[in-house]
Design a protein around this ligand. Structure first.
Ligand code: APR
Length: 331
């Protein structure tokens, strides 16, 4: 996936360039700036001294010295006051200018911290949204692997109510792998979700779909065919779909070009979220790729929770996945 959100210490990232959230002097500081200078060693400061500082919203590049990264791109984020002093535009410019510099230096992999979201006080969830929006737009036109590195959980705060709701949903649905399935059976005509025996009888009586031909046709179609017909049905363009799913253009063309292509489960789920499919449609799409939402997998249950609520906001989904220590969509 071209854009990944990871939890890590950016000084440990072995990428072509890491981005530093610096101040206008470029002479070091605390936070990620301090960590990068500490890990890079004195050579970095010596080179920074030759740059003559950097304006807010702009970016300058140096070597990486003792860091695993080849370059450090220093950018200066805005100090957040109230969101009415052009902070968003300046923050967007930090990402845009840094990506342009990375491209100029033929970087294939770049890692960003959440610029301005520490000492400079930019609310972390809004800082993340700016980062994802600017990077995603860039990636639609450019080939690069970009990481957003989240250092502390505070970056993903989740409302108490949402956390409790999801916790209850998990408790109601989570079954560990060793549950005795003799009491559970899967209804043949329903999505492959485990049902109690009572549900099994109900399903058997389930009337066949009205438009039998269309349903029979859909049963035969492959994952790739279902994806393409859903894109048309939703009135989306290919690019809107794969960008919203955070899938790169190369992978999408592979899927489009191979009627029997079998994607990974996270990729199939990412498309279901992007297309805002219902739970049944999601189960159908997953089934065509050989998967099912499993109730012995917290990640799946959280995805199921959001789809059942009709909430396809990838940020809120990632906040929840992060809060429950699960890997993130688009990651
Ligand atoms: N790896 C990744 N992210 C980190 C790390 C790290 N090692 N250390 C801190 N962060 C995160 C913080 O949690 C925060 O989310 O980086 C984000 C940016 O926080 P700051 O480093 O405080 O940067 P910023 O808010 O842009 O303030 C810049 O702080 O350090 C000084 O010299 C710097 O004056 C400048 C100001």
């Amino acid at each position: 996936m071209p854009l990944e959100i990871v939890r890590n210490d950016i000084t440990k990232m072995a990428v072509d360039a890491i981005v530093n959230a610096a101040n206008e002097s470029l002479l070091g500081g605390g936070g990620v700036d301090g960590a990068i200078h500490y890990a890079a060693g004195p050579g970095l400061l010596a080179e920074c001294k030759t740059l003559g500082g950097c304006k807010t919203g702009k970016a300058k590049i140096t070597g990486g010295y003792n860091l695993p990264a080849k370059y450090v791109i220093h950018t200066v984020g805005p100090i957040y006051e109230d969101g009415k002093h052009g902070e968003k535009a300046l923050l967007e410019s930090c990402y845009r200018e840094s990506l342009a510099l990375a491209k100029e230096h033929k970087c294939e992999t770049v890692a960003f911290p959440l610029i301005s979201s520490g000492v400079y006080g930019y609310p972390k969830d809004r800082a993340l949204k700016v980062a994802v929006d600017v990077i995603s737009d860039f990636l639609l036109e450019n080939e690069m692997k970009v990481y957003i590195v989240i250092f502390d959980k505070a970056a993903y705060k989740i409302s108490g109510k949402l956390f409790t709701d999801i916790e209850e949903y998990i408790d109601e649905n989570y079954v560990d792998e060793h549950t005795d399935y003799s009491q559970r059976s899967v209804c043949l005509n329903m999505p492959t979700t485990s049902f109690t025996l009572e549900r099994f009888d109900e399903c058997k009586a389930q009337p066949l779909a009205d438009d039998l031909d269309a349903k029979l046709k859909q049963i035969d179609e492959s994952f790739s065919q279902m994806l393409l017909h859903k894109i048309d049905e939703k009135g989306m363009t290919d690019a809107e779909c794969y960008k919203k799913a955070n899938i790169d253009r190369k992978l999408f063309s592979k899927i489009r070009g191979d009627v029997n292509y079998k994607p990974s489960k996270p990729t199939a789920i990412a498309f279901a979220i992007s297309l805002e499919l219902s739970l049944d449609e999601t189960e159908d799409m997953l089934k065509k790729a050989g998967f099912a939402l499993s109730h012995s997998n917290k990640f799946d249950i959280i995805i199921e929770y959001f789809i059942s609520k009709g909430n396809y906001n990838i940020f809120e989904i990632n906040e929840a996945l992060f809060a429950f220590d699960q890997s993130l969509l688009g990651a």
